[in-house]
Ligand binder design. Structure first.
Ligand code: A3P
Length: 326
């Protein structure tokens, strides 16, 4: 580390020491920063994004709360935007897995030394983020910016189950495990990385209502039910609508099939130690951890009636507009 970086990190740690802290699901602690819970690394990333990331007018960001469909959308967006460049039979997704096809901005910003430069990426550049809308710099989110966002949300009950499984695996073995009951309690209180879940959804929902041309709001459940309909919406939003000829040729179905849970989760690269997502210098998550069941309603196998009602009540109260409008 250079002296400059050390000074930066010291300032960061001094600031973090002033923040409310609570139990992390992966790391020991998470901190409440600007209304959302985040690990030290994610806060560091947010500051660096604000100071050093230069959005380009054609950038497209995939945003989601953790475990709501980032992997799936990464594959769909990459395959759709680049459909002229690659053959479906010899596609990069078949060899590298969805995580590697475009950067996860939140921590990738500091993976290269001293800061990652994304200038070499072809336009439109694609990035993924779990950061809340209000945690991102106005250079990305203000009405003057032409960057687009694709937000995918999911039933919080399924997001909770998926996140508990995922974080349990990533959690340091030196820390005591988090029981499901404890995770449930923390989740309901909004305490988990990038939480509260409901505020996260609401931030993007409101922004999508204000600027529908800038933010496309998708739901995991709709995508499962009608993938071709949702993919056509996605393609049109990204500025690469399918032509009539493409539709006749079955290109939409081809992309849906390529990116399906069944197809991706059975590829060698996503099954074994074929690669993974590097979150920080120390945290690398193997591709296979991003594929579990890929189903709607797995919560039924975990939640009691009382637990289900508790989450549903929060959702109805907090996301009134959203649940009424759709
Ligand atoms: P489950 O744990 O419920 O199975 P993320 O990609 O945001 O981390 O979310 C991971 C969740 O999406 C996991 O949910 C995972 O199985 C599911 N998933 C991954 N790839 C998928 C795909 N191609 N289609 C549908 N679901 C997928």
């Amino acid at each position: 580390q250079t002296e400059e970086q050390e000074a930066y990190d010291q300032k960061l740690d001094a600031m973090i020491a002033t923040l409310p802290k609570n139990k992390g699901w992966r790391s020991q602690y998470i901190f409440r920063y600007k209304g959302f819970w985040a690990s030290r690394e994610v806060i560091r990333g947010q500051l660096l994004i604000g100071d050093h990331f230069h959005p380009q007018p054609t950038d497209i960001f995939l945003a989601a709360f953790m475990k709501c469909g980032t992997t799936w959308l990464k594959a769909l967006m990459f395959a759709t935007v680049n459909r002229q460049r690659y053959n479906f039979s010899d596609h990069p997704l078949l060899r590298t897995g969805p995580q590697s096809v475009f950067p996860f901005l939140d921590t990738h910003i500091f993976l290269d030394h001293p800061i990652t430069n994304f200038d070499h990426l072809p336009a439109p550049r694609l990035f993924a983020t779990h950061n809340a809308h209000s945690s991102l710099p106005t250079s990305m989110t203000s009405p003057a910016s032409t960057c687009k966002f694709v937000y995918v949300c999911r039933d919080p009950k399924d997001a909770l189950i998926s996140k508990w499984h995922f974080m349990r695996k990533l959690r340091s073995k030196e820390l005591p495990p988090i029981s499901f009951n404890e995770a449930f309690e923390l989740f309901c209180n909004g305490v988990s990385e990038y939480g509260p879940f409901w505020d996260h959804v609401l931030g993007y929902w409101k922004a999508s209502q204000e600027s529908p041309e800038k933010i496309l709001f998708l739901k995991y459940e709709d995508m499962k039910r009608e993938p071709t309909v949702e993919l056509k919406k996605l393609a049109a939003f990204m500025g690469t609508p399918f032509t009539e000829e493409e539709e006749k040729k079955g290109v939409v179905e081809e992309i849906v099939k390529l990116c399906s849970f069944e197809n991706l989760s059975n590829l060698e690269v996503n099954k074994g130690g074929g690669g993974g997502q590097k979150f920080t210098a120390k945290v690398v998550v193997e591709n296979r951890e991003f594929f579990r069941k890929g189903k709607v309603g797995d919560w039924e196998n975990y939640l009691t009636e009382e637990m289900k009602n508790r989450i549903d009540t929060i959702t109805i109260n907090r996301l009134k507009d959203l649940t009424q409008n759709t």
